[in-house]
Design a protein around this ligand. Structure first.
Ligand SMILES: Nc1ncnc2c1ncn2[C@@H]1O[C@H](COP(=O)(O)OP(=O)(O)OP(=O)(O)O)[C@@H](O)[C@H]1O
Ligand SMILES: [Mg+2]
Length: 220
């Protein structure tokens, strides 16, 4: 589902990745970890084609990203839900409309949109706040909205960048359960985090990044 072959990535003269290769199979749930600044967010950006590799090949859901034309990127992204580390909620749209946006773009019928959005709002326990604007929510509530927005279209690939960064341990556990449920329904899930408690004891594959390389892989 996600394949990196000999991928190198540089920002100016800084080497972020040097010749890294790995494969994530369809339906897997995998963690990526490593210290701050190692390149976790950059790795996710390479997968949803917000950055291109300087060397090597990346294949996502059958698409060779190097051969992807600019106009095709939206079609790739329809398959990918992203939980952004920096949220990127639209401040002038309500919680409901922020979550509904991707479904509107896909021309879903308004009644169906409401059903889908209401269901994820229930899952993240924010149904009562659907008509508020992002800045009227706490940091953890905003984070849950970002997660809802990423999963509402039932993407086949879910990328989550530090998804529990602002959450207390109970909410964090509830969100992780949501990811596991989505994974159990067939989605490939990749979670970037430096929070060891997420992957330790999870029994899941964890890719550890260090010094522009995959340092090791463990089963959490
Ligand atoms: N657009 C950019 N231009 C130049 N350098 C960048 C750019 N984006 C990221 N970097 C650099 O790439 C390195 C990796 O950044 P990245 O955000 O991928 O790290 P991270 O592992 O996600 O860190 P954190 O755990 O703090 O979120 C950092 O040193 C950062 O300064
Ligand atoms: Mg990051």
């Amino acid at each position: 589902m996600i394949q990196f072959s000999g991928v190198s990535k540089y920002y100016d003269k800084e080497i972020i990745f040097k010749n890294i290769s790995f494969t994530i199979e369809k339906g897997d749930l995998v963690y990526v970890t490593g210290p701050s600044g190692v390149g976790k967010t950059t790795l996710l950006k390479l997968i949803y084609c917000a950055e291109l590799p300087d060397e090597g090949h990346i294949n996502v859901a059958g698409w060779d990203l190097k051969k992807l034309r600019q106009g095709t990127i939206p079609y790739l992204r329809r398959n990918i839900g992203v939980v952004f580390q920096d949220f990127r909620l639209l401040p002038n749209k309500t919680v409901f409309d922020n979550i509904a946006l991707t479904l509107k773009i896909q021309d879903m019928h308004p009644k169906e949109i409401k059903e889908n959005v209401d269901e994820v709002l229930k899952n993240i326990r924010l149904k009562h706040k659907s008509y508020l604007f992002p800045l009227q929510l706490s940091g953890g509530e905003q984070q849950r909205v970002v997660i809802a927005r990423a999963i509402v279209s039932r993407p086949s690939v879910l990328l989550a960048d530090e998804p529990t960064g602002n959450l207390d341990s109970d909410t964090s556990a509830a969100i992780m359960k949501l990811f596991k449920d989505i994974n159990a329904k067939g989605a490939t899930v990749l979670i970037a985090t430096h929070n060891e408690t997420l992957f330790q004891g999870s029994g899941r594959r964890t890719i550890h990044l260090r010094d522009s390389q995959i340092e090791k892989e463990t089963i959490g």
